[in-house]
Design a protein. Structure first.
Length: 386
């Protein structure tokens, strides 16, 4: 593609208000964002791209406008069309305070018609034979002014989303899966955004499964302190205290600045002044607390059911292939473990996943059915006679 994509640059509140009036009157609009999060705790919104009507495109500069004005658009009846919406929903939640009430995710939709979590480029190529301009993945979207190449790249992210929406929605209708895609989008909208409950921050530590109960309680207290400080400063948690230091302090459980400095991963910055006092107070809090339960995982499944995970996983992969559904969307290992453990909130317990898999898994677990391999046909569920 060599043609320039015409667009308007919106950098004042009056122009943004007028734009919202126009787009909110449409039945749908395409939307994308550019942002950075490597230097902050919360994602920093750098650009919002909108596409609507017959090829209209606007690039909105959140550095110069009150971006919360988009709330009016998001609360309208217009359907927002995203590609891979999860991170966009995250950044918009923090920047605007709300996300679109109605949205369609082309990546999710593609997972129901034979694609496996496709990029926008591969989906545009596969469905519309379009190759959008390549962009620099390391570009600084917060720097102004943006170059013409950056603007063209940003505009291309929304230029063809409505065409994709038409193609994918038609395929979903033909397959009877429009409701499945809507349910999957609703799941995505319900996921937590960045910014974690400090009391659960310890669960994201690498190697935390190896901690014994008392060190686990200290790790919980130290990780909670780190999370709160990172939020207050709006910096990545590892800039406050490295993971290795959290685990080192948890293992050593120091009661003095000298002992604190002997913990692995702790350097001189953390052994004096206010920060040392705060860390030692967190250690004391953890030592006095009831240790939290171990992080759940595959090892927590009833030993008798562990072989079933492998068996059911094989069948799920076959169903995904046969039905042309992205395997990761159909059921992850965590989904299978939750379902086999009897978790009533397991995604396989209800909705379209249960419709496809629930009965089959039940028959496998009860011994009423088994799996057989058919050359050229893959795995098949077959009844087992009593």
């Amino acid at each position: 593609m060599t043609d320039d994509l015409r667009h308007v640059w919106v950098d004042d509140d009056a122009a943004l208000a007028s734009l919202i009036d126009e787009v909110a009157a449409e039945p749908r609009y395409a939307i994308d964002t550019e942002f950075h999060r490597e230097r902050t705790y919360f994602p920093a919104l750098a650009l919002v791209q909108l596409g609507w009507g017959d090829g209209r495109i606007a690039l909105i500069d959140p550095l110069d406008v009150d971006i919360t004005a988009l709330r009016r658009l998001f609360e309208s009846d217009a359907v927002a069309v995203f590609h891979a919406a999860q991170q966009d929903l995250d950044v918009l939640t923090h920047a605007v305070g709300v996300v679109p009430r109605h949205f369609f995710d082309t990546q999710i939709a593609a997972g129901f018609v034979g694609y496996g979590t496709p990029s926008l480029v591969s989906l545009l190529n596969g469905e519309l034979s379009i190759n959008p301009p390549k962009g620099d993945r390391l570009t600084d979207w917060l720097r102004r002014p943006l170059t013409d190449a950056q603007r063209q790249y940003a505009a291309s992210d929304v230029a063809y989303l409505l065409d994709l929406h038409d193609r994918l929605a038609a395929q979903l209708d033909d397959l009877g899966r429009s409701g499945w895609a809507a349910e999957a989008c609703a799941e995505l909208a319900a996921r937590p955004v960045s910014g974690f409950d400090p009391s659960t921050a310890w669960m994201r530590l690498k190697d935390v499964r190896g901690l014994r109960p008392k060190p686990r309680a200290v790790a919980q207290a130290i990780a909670a302190w780190r999370e709160r400080v990172a939020m207050e400063r709006n910096v990545p948690v590892r800039q406050v205290l490295p993971d290795l230091a959290v685990l080192g302090i948890a293992q050593r459980q120091p009661s003095s600045a000298k002992e604190l400095g002997q913990a692995r991963g702790v350097d001189d910055r953390f052994t004096r002044g206010k920060i040392a006092d705060q860390l030692l107070a967190a250690v004391a809090e953890g030592k006095a607390a009831e240790p939290p339960a171990a992080v759940a995982g595959g090892d927590d499944l009833d030993r008798e059911l562990r072989p079933a995970v492998t068996l059911v996983s094989a069948w799920v992969s076959q169903v995904a292939k046969t039905e042309r559904i992205d395997t990761a969307m159909l059921a992850t290992r965590a989904d299978l473990i939750a379902f086999l453990s009897g978790d009533p909130a397991a995604r396989l317990s209800h909705g379209w996943r249960n419709e496809l898999l629930g009965e089959g898994i039940g028959r496998l677990l009860s011994g009423e059915a088994g799996l057989t391999f058919v050359r050229g046909g893959g795995l098949r569920l077959v009844p087992i006679s009593g």
